[in-house]
Design a protein around this ligand. Structure first.
Ligand code: SF4
Ligand code: SF4
Length: 139
């Protein structure tokens, strides 16, 4: 969770999504990957919202800030969340839907992102539970 908040796009909100409170490992909260934060109630959100750590306060996934990600990238719809970490575009897939990133329109979009990233020395990494994949760019 190193994405810094830029600005939230109009008409986008986390709503009932709590993926970033479940999928990432968060050392500061002693939270392992793919385990719901002890402060999170599914469908309700963060129980300590006003006092949540800066790490949480400063994070938004790419769908919340990037207009290039269409409605299909709403994490609730996609069953995965995307965020940038320097040269790496990180994709955390909901282990309850482990094939989502291999399905369309996601597989083609990830390949396209990997191809563009490779041109500038970057890459796209997909995490699914304990499995890690580097998306292959096209030539
Ligand atoms: S993954 Fe994105 S949409 Fe979902 S709760 Fe986190 S910031 Fe909000
Ligand atoms: S402290 Fe709150 S915002 Fe941060 S991961 Fe836990 S439930 Fe989510």
């Amino acid at each position: 969770m190193t994405n810094k908040v830029t600005s939230v796009m109009d008409a986008r909100a986390c709503g009932t999504c709590t993926l970033c409170c479940r999928l990432p490992e968060i050392d500061q909260l002693s939270k392992p990957a793919n385990a719901l934060c002890v402060n999170c109630v599914t469908g309700q959100g963060c129980l300590i919202y006003d006092g949540r750590p800066d790490l949480c306060r400063d994070f938004l996934c790419a769908w919340m800030t990037d207009p290039k990600l269409g409605p299909q990238w709403d994490p609730v719809v996609a069953k995965m969340m995307v965020y940038g970490q320097g040269d790496q575009l990180t994709v955390l897939v909901d282990p309850d839907h482990p094939q989502s990133w291999r399905e369309e329109p996601y597989a083609s979009q990830l390949t396209s992102w990997a191809t563009k990233a490779a041109g500038r020395g970057g890459y796209v990494i997909v995490f699914v539970g304990d499995d890690v994949y580097k998306v292959a760019p096209t030539n």
